[in-house]
Design a protein around this ligand. Structure first.
Ligand code: NAD
Ligand code: UD1
Length: 338
């Protein structure tokens, strides 16, 4: 049976997607260099799926390692999650981000085409819209100016994949622009495991709730939003994972290049999230208002209409599930996988 190679499959979104893929009857092979993931994820994936998933600890920049995988496994399609993703770190280490994300992807697609594998789903981000020209953001919204090297790697990789498709129409490329993924698997066995102090809102809140951090700093309350705090489109990671399974339908011959937003279409402010978390979990989240964070925008939420119409995908989970499941993961794994 033809297999799906999942790059970065030991990471947060990749691991949840592997569970969904196996539930949908797919055969999966994982490559991950474990630069931002734990080996324990692989044990837990086996526990959750009952499947022995072939795992290669290797870097996608390692051409020989990739070639070995394509020779050994019968790969039909690639879902490409592997990449560095910390916005602040990318400003400090631009070379490392461009090398890992761009060189890594260029190496991957070269090895793919040399083995006649021309089907790829790529993890892009709402960050490519910059400060969006309009909301709700549709896929027609022009791409914007990114505020950091991480964002530029996503924007550039989208362009690279579009150019590869233009030059060779045998490729089938799906660019998935994720909004703000939160939540965790219902079992509480896999979830987001940030290194050090979290940069993103939900892991910060759950670490306050579990007592690892004292209080949340709300970055700015003077944005033009209903309560002055930043508004985002939070999406349950299980819905995101399901979106990848649906997107496989766009890798069939002649599908070409397709771009989809994956979000719920609903915007929640920072304070909405704090309140929802308190109600859903019974934890109180102390917070203080702090200055705006550089590079942040006021409002970002999508129109998920295209994914509904063309993929038959609609987010199933609401904000309560997202809060409950983030908390279930954090409270059962206060130190992540450590
Ligand atoms: P993650 O860090 O948990 O997962 C990425 C995985 O890739 C990690 O397991 C890491 O070890 C691996 N990896 C990194 N560089 C590699 C390399 N050179 N070779 C092999 N493996 C490598 O991140 P995530 O949150 O699961 O994100 C997955 C993808 O989705 C990333 O490309 C990210 O940029 C993108 N994305 C994430 C978000 C988000 O909020 N989490 C939003 C938009 C887009
Ligand atoms: C951030 C990245 C974006 C990336 C996305 C992945 C920036 C500028 N953008 O988006 O490129 O694709 O993560 O998930 O970093 N907030 C607080 N206090 C905190 C943390 C966050 O008030 O401690 C606020 C932020 O100001 C924002 C909202 O919470 O309004 C969400 O922040 P975050 O989870 O970091 O996501 P984004 O900024 O949307």
């Amino acid at each position: 049976m033809a297999k799906i190679l999942v790059t970065g499959g030991a990471g947060y979104i990749g691991s949840h997607t592997v569970v969904e893929l196996i539930a949908a009857g797919c055969e999966v092979v994982i490559i991950d260099n474990l630069s931002n993931a734990s080996r324990k994820v692989l044990e837990r994936l086996q526990e959750l799926t009952g499947a022995e998933i072939p795992f290669y600890r290797a870097d996608i920049r390692d051409r020989d390692a990739l070639t070995g995988i394509f020779k050994k496994e019968e790969i039909e399609s690639v879902i490409h999650f592997a990449g560095l993703k910390a916005v602040g770190e990318s400003v400090e280490k631009p070379w490392e981000y461009y090398d890992n994300n761009i060189t890594g992807t260029l190496t991957l697609i070269d090895v793919m085409r040399k083995h006649g594998v021309k089907n790829i789903i790529f993890s892009s981000s709402a960050t490519v819209y910059g400060d969006p020209a309009f909301v709700p953001i549709t896929e027609e919204c022009p791409k914007g100016t990114c505020t950091n090297p991480y964002g530029w790697t996503k924007s550039m990789l989208e362009q690279i994949l579009m150019d590869i498709y233009t030059a060779d129409n045998e490729w089938n490329v799906v660019l998935l622009r994720y909004f703000n993924p939160i939540g965790a698997h219902k079992s509480g066995r896999i979830g987001e495991n940030p290194n050090g102090i979290p940069n993103n809102l939900m892991p910060y809140i759950t670490q306050v709730a579990v007592g690892k951090l004292q209080k949340l700093r709300v970055f700015g309350n003077d944005y033009p939003t209903h309560d002055g705090t930043g508004v985002r489109d939070y999406i349950h990671v299980l819905d995101l994972a399901a979106g990848h399974v649906k997107a496989l339908s766009k890798l069939s011959p002649g599908s070409g290049l397709n771009i989809y937003n994956l979000g719920t279409g609903k915007g929640y402010s920072v304070l909405d999230i704090v309140k929802s978390f308190e109600v859903a979990t019974g934890n109180e989240i102390p917070y203080e208002i702090a200055p705006r964070r550089e590079g942040d925008i006021a409002t970002c939420y999508c129109s998920p209409k295209k994914a509904k119409e063309e993929l038959g995908w609609v987010a199933q989970y609401g904000i309560r599930d997202m809060c409950e499941d983030s908390w279930n993961w954090q409270s059962h794994n206060p130190n992540g996988y450590h």
